[in-house]
Design a binder for this molecule. Sequence first.
Ligand code: URA
Length: 257
Amino acid sequence: MESALDPHTARALLEWQIELGATDAIGDAPIDRYALPDKAPKAPKAKTVATAIPSKTPEPVDAAAIAQQVAKSAGSLPALQAAMDAFEHCDLKRGARQLVFADGTPGARVMIIGEAPGRDEDREGKPFVGRAGQLLDRMLAAIDLDRKQNVYITNVLPWRPPQNRDPKPEEIGMMKPFLERHVALAQPEVLVVMGNISCQAVLGKRGITRLRGRWDQALNLPVIPMFHPAYLLRQPQMKRQAWADLLELKSRLEARR
Ligand code: URA
């Protein structure tokens, strides 16, 4: 249908709707719902026939148990990625453009676990590629780390939550078997958990201001919590603490070289 809008306005309106969470176009032409009759015409009553198939409510599934089983049977990182891509039980998948699995160097000594993809990551299919990711890269470079050489990066959740809302505990619980398997297959020497969501998912604790910079233990590995780079963009005065935490990570890596 020919539109009265100029292309720039039309595009801006479309992007606005996507930001609001619209995922599908359901018609070519807009519907003026104020002009519709008050009551929709009644659908003719379905005749009951003796042969009607009885309606059956779907059986509830234990998505976390399925995730556990599927994750366990993935024998490599590509197999895990494929298994996660085929996993249909997390609603976040339907609102996201694609799975965001990982970036960097599999097998690196350092594995970073962020929270969930944002808009840029959802578009590119890689974690930490937006502004927070660029800051993360600069932080890593300051201690001679680089995702192209010696860091592996993933998130607690592989799909972007709508409007970047915080992941829900049930979403984290459902996807945790995949995260655990991811860590087991990537075989890092240390984990860096960035922000409260990752701390909660990996260590079962919140309170990043208290936890940051102190080594903990989870998934049979040493874990260091740090401020999330998105938080550091909002609170640049906290970069001083982040720098101390990076130096702590560096000295641990050097001590065990
Ligand atoms: N924030 C995260 O926690 N992860 C990303 O991939 C991007 C932003």
